[in-house]
Design a protein around this ligand. Structure first.
Ligand SMILES: [Zn+2]
Length: 416
């Protein structure tokens, strides 16, 4: 199974917006940009929502059928490992092998030596076509890279082989992800990681490194934009070189996680993939849920009241809700409006405070991030929440569609 050039991971916590999401992809296609939709959901999300991988498959299939989508689409078992993958195997055809936790895990001298046999070819000066400055690589640095990443790639191979055994090698797409870590991987590290991926026989079609900067949930990129630009460009060229040198799948491409709302870097990534004629996978997850809350607020009446009460509950339970996301959110508690204040807002004020239009005077990043992690509160409302969504499905769906199409796809492909 082959993943096409451009693909978008569209997460949907409550599995209600498949059609609205697909409408954004269809709109892009009408403009000449062909994007493969990939419905992604992690085990963690399933556990919090109390949903199952079968629900994501049902949602995707139903949306595709309803809108007569005849092109490719996939269902991604997001951030799985050997302990969590089994329940996804039947329902997914895209697997994100998350081995971030295995970075730095124990590797034997035999394994390191096996890696070095091939790696030493690149000792000294490594020139990657397209990158002006050559990289200088010592044997010691290669040993360090092996110690850092061999264990992770070995684990990715174990997960890959497990899925391949159960599903058949031709029936799924594999992504290797190492993004949920503190330190970014350099282009040189990426080069050797790709060598390891080839050595361990993983036909990865996407790779998700940790990039420079903060990829906080639901808000813009924070970091050194010039450094990101340089690194992203070098990563593209490294992948290109690795495909040719190691014989990795020719469609292998970068996957950008926590990709929603990174508006600052969208045009940069868009221009660079255009410059080198490369593909990209952008993974977005939780922001469709925010559009649901925005839609409810705009609907007014009881729906607005529900949006307000979701905020109140999230406000009361900040520590509990933010805890699991501590490394990917930055909320200044003092900046948050009180529930009393918010209960006095009309739908428009609520929507404008939440909606990610950075230069809108009402927009508040803390408010947005708190609701982002507050989906557990809505999950507890269960049917009450789902019924409210269904009652206001048009206005909610419109928010979801516009968010993906205008704020994301159009920004990424602004020069096409
Ligand atoms: Zn990720």
């Amino acid at each position: 199974m082959k993943l096409d050039k451009y693909s978008f991971g569209i997460g949907d916590r409550f599995a209600q917006q498949g059609e609205a999401q697909l409408k954004a992809i269809i709109k892009a296609k009408e403009m000449g940009i062909e994007i493969v939709p990939v419905w992604n959901k992690s085990n963690r999300e399933h556990q919090i929502i109390h949903s199952s991988p079968a629900d994501t498959r049902t949602e995707a299939d139903a949306a595709v059928k309803a809108l007569n989508w005849n092109d490719a689409y996939h269902v991604d078992a997001d951030h799985i490992n050997l302990n969590t993958v089994d329940v996804f195997i039947e329902h997914s055809d895209f697997f994100t092998l998350d081995v971030a936790d295995y970075i730095g895990s124990e590797v034997s001298k035999v394994e390191i030596d096996r890696f070095l046999v091939q790696a030493v070819t690149y000792e000294g000066v490594l020139e990657i076509p397209g990158i002006d400055e050559p990289f200088h690589i010592s044997k010691d640095s290669m040993v360090e890279i092996a110690k850092s990443f061999l264990g992770a790639v070995r684990e990715a191979a174990a997960i890959y082989n497990h899925i391949a055994h159960k599903k058949g090698v031709k029936n799924f797409i594999a992504e290797v992800s190492m993004d949920e870590v503190e330190n970014p991987q350099t282009p040189v590290e990426l080069f050797f990681i790709l060598m390891m991926i080839q050595q361990y026989g993983i036909p990865a079609q996407t790779i998700a490194p940790k990039f420079t900067g903060r990829f906080n949930k639901g808000v813009d990129y924070v970091g050194d934009v010039a450094q990101f630009t340089k690194e992203f460009e070098q990563d593209l060229l490294v992948i290109d070189f690795a495909i040719k040198t190691f014989g990795l799948p020719e469609n292998l491409k970068l996957s950008v996680h926590s990709g929603s709302d990174k508006f600052t870097i969208y045009p940069i990534m868009g221009d660079l993939i255009q410059k080198y004629d490369k593909g990209i996978h952008v993974k977005t997850a939780g922001t469709t849920w925010l559009e649901e809350v925005i839609g409810l607020a705009m609907a007014g009446g009881d729906a607005l009241k529900m949006a307000q009460s979701i905020y109140s509950m999230a406000y009361e339970r900040q520590d509990e809700l933010c805890g699991p996301y501590a490394t990917v959110i930055d909320i200044d508690p003092a900046s948050l409006p009180t529930p009393e204040e918010v209960n006095g807002w009309d739908g428009e004020k609520f929507a404008n405070t939440l909606r990610h239009i950075p230069d809108h005077p009402d927009y508040q990043t803390g408010f947005r991030q708190l609701i982002h992690v507050g989906y557990k509160v809505a999950a507890e409302l269960d049917n009450e929440f789902l019924e409210m969504l269904s009652q206001h499905r048009d206005i909610v769906g419109e928010q979801v569609m516009v968010n993906i199409f205008e704020r994301h796809i159009q920004r990424l492909f602004q020069n096409r």
